[in-house]
Design a binder for this molecule. Structure first.
Ligand code: MLT
Length: 394
């Protein structure tokens, strides 16, 4: 008789954002009149921009013409997109990353879970606490041991080096959920640590477009020798609004070798075997992000959400909350009012202000007592949410 993967029994019953969606749906059913403002999951609200829509239409037309129709995409991604990524996201920033080190995918969330497949199951995984839950849940599913790096208000929500050396280290900056950023000097220390101990860093740069402060690295490859220890994940969701289109990529440098094996070779094997490539039309849309107009439009989207984050940050500070993040990130991290636990605060905010956020405890034990709000709403809803919160707490 078949047996199941018992590691799933170690997980909470549903994924954090599914639990929140269920709770919100139940509340909305019981209070159909409630005017809810959604600042929970980091999903964008602005529509796709003109350049992207134009590229999509053109690609759709090509698919309807026998001369330009495309079937299976190249398994690692179309060269037209990989070359643009290498040039704009890396080479223009002085990072040495080549197009054939880029693996196009349907998003950073999937890649952050899938990448561990090329590593042995007895590897120990280090994650920040609080943490984006996908890193933890996907590794628990595989039966790996997790080591938590405590990120607290006292240490500026920065991970500290653990006593026991982990094999894989997940780092995400600008950080989800705390919105904290890392300086190049601090990131260099992690690169040096990984190179010294033979660890691999999985660097999630999904929010790099939100960096506005000089000197904050957009890529781990800005650090010396990072090609020898780091894999980097990118997303088109948060900068270009592709949460519904799905597009991302992973960089695995060709020099990165562990256990006598080049990781690029393993990931290429895995990607080619289990994945059939992001759709042609979506990769064309991704290419448009790097056009002159596309880049300008995308910057406008990010500026819009950063303005919201600023509104939240300022408004909540005025209301007496302890807040952080939100300047180089779309996320604002706050301490729950009256020392409430984070799920209690979630209910209270929903009932008192009709505002949906994410309880810090959903991001791990270190998030208890904290709460995350996102800048991804409209300006109007963000202002209204802050007004309601102030009304109740100021
Ligand atoms: C979040 O809210 O943490 C993100 O939207 C989740 C994701 O990007 O998958």
């Amino acid at each position: 008789m078949v047996t199941v993967n018992t590691n799933y029994a170690k997980l909470s019953e549903s994924y954090l954002f599914s639990t929140i969606a269920k709770k919100v749906n139940a509340y909305q059913e019981a209070h159909p009149e409630a005017d809810l403002i959604r600042m929970g999951i980091g999903d964008v609200t602005l529509p796709l921009t003109g350049s992207i829509i134009g590229a999509l239409h053109k690609a759709v037309d090509e698919m309807g013409d026998a001369q330009s129709f495309r079937g299976y995409a190249p398994d690692l991604g179309y060269a037209f997109l990989r070359e643009k990524i290498a040039e704009h996201d890396f080479q223009k920033r002085g990072c040495s990353v080549d197009a054939d080190e880029i693996f196009v995918s349907d998003g950073a969330k999937c890649d952050s879970g899938n990448i561990q497949e090329i590593f042995a199951t007895d590897n120990t995984i280090a994650v920040c606490d609080p943490v984006y839950p996908v890193y933890v849940d996907s590794n628990v599913m595989a039966g790996r041991k997790i080591m938590y790096l405590s990120c607290t208000e006292e240490n500026g929500f920065m991970p500290v080096f653990p006593k026991d050396v982990p094999d894989l280290i997940y780092l995400c900056f600008p950080n989800n959920p705390t919105g904290s950023v890392i300086t190049k000097a601090e990131l260099q220390k992690w690169v040096d640590y990984a190179n010294e101990h033979g660890s691999v860093i999985i660097y999630d740069a999904a929010y790099e477009a939100y960096i506005r402060t000089e000197g904050i690295p957009h890529s781990i490859y800005e650090c010396k020798d990072a090609r020898n220890c780091a894999i980097e994940l990118h997303s088109f969701s948060k900068n270009a609004g592709f949460t519904g289109l799905r597009l991302g990529y992973t960089v695995v440098p060709k020099d990165l070798k562990r256990d006598g094996v080049f990781l690029h070779k393993l990931w290429a094997r895995r990607h080619a075997t289990k994945y059939n490539g992001a759709p042609y039309i979506v990769q064309r849309a991704g290419e448009a992000v790097y056009s002159e107009d596309g880049a300008r439009e995308i910057r406008g989207l990010v500026d819009y959400y950063l303005q919201n984050a600023k509104t939240i940050l300022t408004g909540l500070r005025e209301a007496g909350f302890t807040v952080s993040g939100g300047t180089d990130a779309p996320y604002v991290w706050l301490k729950c009012a009256d020392q409430k636990d984070s799920w209690e605060f979630f209910d209270e905010l929903l009932e008192n202000a009709g505002v949906i956020g994410t309880p810090g405890a959903g991001f791990g034990a270190g998030g208890e007592g904290y709460f995350r709000l996102t800048g991804f709403s409209s300006h109007e809803n963000t202002l209204e949410a802050v007004r309601r919160i102030k009304e109740h707490y100021a």
